[in-house]
Design a protein around this ligand. Structure first.
Ligand code: ACM
Length: 533
């Protein structure tokens, strides 16, 4: 299924670029920066778009005398240290943390109507105050503050400045509580350091859920003590036959810890009953015929299944879920359930009927790919929809019916926010089975109206999956994620009323120099008038 979309005529593009260059003030970053000090970035030039922005008043200027004011809580201090850690290298200022004095940049917790993740950012000549009811809210506010400073602030060496933050007030909170990104570490393995790099990039856009696809046909990536060959053997290769790899329990805990420090919750996935060749290869007894298949390094799907009638299957599932749940402080455990083409429907239903209660027994909430709605989702389960615009009405109706009966939905429509889909036919990385997905197409849909017959309250949020059949390095991940990840984040965070491609693409263009400064490789889509870097 391939679609053709027009591109903006070249002349319009050039004119747009010039206007944008002027607007974001990049002409001022040359010879005499202070003399031609750029107007501060308007407080609404932020991705995701804040819920409310009231510009006005005198800007605040960060100087050598600025301090970061934090109150007594350890969490606020840590966020202050994180902010200062971003600002010090590029400004060259000391930016000490302090719990007294006036002015400066103040991070402040206060009981108020901010919600679990909202914040208020107020900037005026005397200082900047970030206020929230929770550390998560303050952390998201810090991401907004970063974007109100010139892109050069993201550099690791001293830059000329000036460091102004426009006067005004931003009041912000998310549309959806679940704003996720998935990373497939099975098809190609990514190290702890590589996952941390992605976590930092997700945090920039207020993503709060990191879904790790930890097992598939090509590799089992998490140590399970009671079944040690899963990681030792099942993790020993990957697509194309490389060395693969797996996380020790200490590695996984470190990912969870780091994600939590960026206010992301880790959602671990063990995909079952299909997508299980790595497990079946590791333990012969898991196969109905008692014969272990070879490890698999290709990219086909739908050929493997756990043996539904055998008791050992449930001993295995119980051990895996128990150990993984014990490692995971987050609320969710994802049990996959997609593309079980080698499992009969009756077996699929029987398997899900037995496995979902195991997740609950170990204190977690089930998430499954939306095929779970063709079985009996347990109360409280979430289904992750990964269909296309033209998925059959019958399949969509099944999902909608489950949603009307209480199953929450996470929206990941594959021909919109599967980040591994090619941008155009010419994109070297990625797949195109769901279509080619340019930046506008990825952004231009409303999660609240996407599936007919679904009550608004059933939509828990949006998640952008990154499958890694073709992706081997962080640079590969970044090229497919950026810019589309920013759009997915906006769909999850910003109010429906803010959804508008024409204003979004201007805010998105302003991200380009930030990504350059951060060393993030990205696709310079011709649909966006990027400033020259
Ligand atoms: C999927 O893309 N198979 C969930």
């Amino acid at each position: 299924m391939r679609r053709n979309r027009g591109t903006t005529p070249r002349t319009t593009r050039i004119l747009g670029s010039l206007l944008l260059l002027a607007a974001v003030g990049v002409f001022t970053s040359g010879a005499a920066p202070a003399a031609r000090a750029a107007a501060p970035i308007p407080p609404d030039r932020v991705v995701p778009a804040p819920a409310s922005v009231k510009p006005g008043g005198t800007p605040y200027r960060i100087t050598r005398a600025t301090s970061v004011r934090v109150d007594g809580s350890a969490a606020v201090r840590r966020i202050g240290a994180y902010l200062a850690g971003i600002l010090r290298p590029s400004t060259g200022y000391p930016l000490p943390l302090t719990d007294h004095g006036t002015g400066g940049i103040r991070l402040h917790l206060e009981q108020g109507d901010f919600g679990a993740e909202g914040y208020r950012l107020h900037s005026s000549a005397g200082g900047v105050t970030l206020t929230a009811a929770t550390p998560a809210g303050l952390f998201h506010g810090v991401q907004t503050l970063r974007q109100l400073l010139p892109a050069a602030v993201e550099n690791k060496t001293v830059q000329p400045g000036p460091w102004q933050i426009a006067g005004g007030t931003v009041e912000d909170r998310p549309r959806y509580a679940y704003r996720g990104a998935m990373l497939d570490v099975s098809r190609h393995f990514f190290t702890v350091a590589e996952v941390k790099r992605y976590i930092d990039q997700l945090a920039l856009y207020k993503i709060n859920e990191l879904h790790l696809h930890l097992s598939d046909d090509q590799g089992w990536r998490i140590a399970i003590d009671s079944w040690p060959r899963l990681a030792a053997y099942g993790g020993s290769t990957q697509v194309g036959g490389g060395a693969g790899g797996s996380y020790s329990k200490a590695d996984y805990r470190e990912i969870v810890r780091y994600a939590a420090s960026r206010y992301l919750e880790v959602v671990p996935e063990i995909d079952m009953p299909g997508h299980t060749n790595a497990a079946l290869a590791s333990y012969a007894e898991l196969n109905c015929d008692g014969v272990a298949p070879p490890l698999y390094t290709g990219t086909k799907v739908g050929f493997s299944s756990l043996c539904v009638p055998k008791q050992v299957t449930y001993d295995f599932v119980d051990d895996v879920i128990r150990e993984l749940a014990a490692l995971t402080p987050g609320r969710y455990l994802h049990i996959g359930g997609d593309e079980a083409h080698s499992t009969s429907h009756a077996d699929y239903v029987a398997f899900m009927d037995r496995v979902q209660p195991v997740v609950a027994r170990y204190g977690k909430t089930v998430i499954g790919w939306h095929q779970l709605t063709g079985a009996h989702p347990v109360e409280g389960a979430l289904a992750q929809y990964w269909g296309l615009d033209d998925t059959s009405a019958a399949e969509k109706a099944k999902v909608a019916e489950a949603a009307r009966h209480g199953t929450g939905l996470i929206l990941s429509p594959a021909d919109r926010i599967y980040l591994d889909m090619k941008y155009t036919e010419d994109t070297e990385l990625g797949l195109d089975w769901a279509g080619v997905v340019e930046v506008k197409r990825a952004y231009d849909w409303d999660p609240g109206a996407y599936l007919a017959g679904v009550p608004a309250s059933a939509i828990r949020g949006v998640e952008a999956p990154m499958w890694s059949e073709t992706l081997k390095t962080p640079a590969d991940i970044e090229y497919m994620a950026f810019p589309r990840l920013a759009g997915a984040a906006e769909l999850g965070w910003s109010p429906a009323a803010a959804h508008d491609w024409n204003t979004y693409k201007v805010r998105l263009a302003a991200q380009g120099p930030r990504w350059d400064a951060l060393g993030i490789r990205y696709y310079r889509s011709p649909q966006v008038s990027w400033p020259k870097s």
